[in-house]
Design a protein around this ligand. Structure first.
Ligand code: GDP
Ligand code: FE
Ligand code: FE
Length: 196
């Protein structure tokens, strides 16, 4: 734990609770529980999974102005300016998490960056664990969630494939803009997800 966050897990929980509404903090705790289980089942570092999951939505309730100023101050990809909170809270959120919480581990920060869209191409097992835990935590209740849980219990990669296919399908059906990285993740995992 001390390697990933300069304090106890209780301190980290308090920092996240102070930053979020109760509703979203409870989501983060459920993602933590699911991520630790998936990490255990897949031989992934459970402490890393716990930290990544607790902080994954840390930036989600910040204002658009805050994200825009961080994108400019840190000279992040200017294409980010064309998107919104749903993309910023992961990609820009990782920078905020590093600065405010002192979490420096690149694997954790990348898992946070990739938690909404997937990682475009290959994702570390930790990234896959966080991506799936956010989708499958016990409070999630969408058609197919039980199927998605069962598939993920069989194979983490098959779960990633299931999620990205169904998310892209849902976004297309709603005629919502799709972030290019989501499409690249879809193309890659369509075939990759069949392997282990
Ligand atoms: P949350 O932060 O726990 O609510 O979950 P996520 O970070 O995974 O997703 C945030 C929102 O972004 C969800 O409503 C996703 O369906 C949505 N989302 C994911 N990928 C894309 C995308 O490429 N385009 C758009 N418009 N929305 C997306
Ligand atoms: Fe999120
Ligand atoms: Fe989340």
């Amino acid at each position: 734990m001390t390697n990933y966050f300069n304090g106890t897990i209780q301190t980290l929980e308090t920092r996240v609770a102070d930053k979020l509404s109760d509703y979203r903090f409870q989501h983060s705790v459920r993602v933590r529980d699911y991520a630790v289980k998936l990490a255990h089942d897949n031989g992934v570092d459970e402490d890393k999974a716990e930290v990544a999951a607790l902080v994954h939505d840390y930036a989600k309730e910040l204002s658009d102005e805050t994200f825009l100023s961080v994108i400019k101050a840190k000279h992040l990809d200017s294409d980010l300016l064309n998107w919104g909170n749903y993309i910023w809270h992961g990609v820009v959120g990782a920078e905020i998490i590093r600065d405010e919480l002192g979490i420096e581990d690149d694997e954790i920060l990348n898992a946070v960056r990739e938690h909404t869209t997937g990682g475009a191409e290959e994702m570390t097992p930790l990234s896959q664990v966080l991506f799936m835990a956010d989708y499958l935590e016990k409070g999630r209740d969408f058609p197919g969630v039980e199927t998605a849980r069962q598939i993920t219990d069989q194979s983490l990669a098959a779960g990633v494939r299931y999620q990205i296919v169904h998310t892209v399908l849902r976004l297309v059906k709603k005629e919502t803009p799709i972030y290019p990285k989501s499409i690249t993740t879809y193309n890659y995992w369509l075939n990759r997800g069949l392997l282990n």
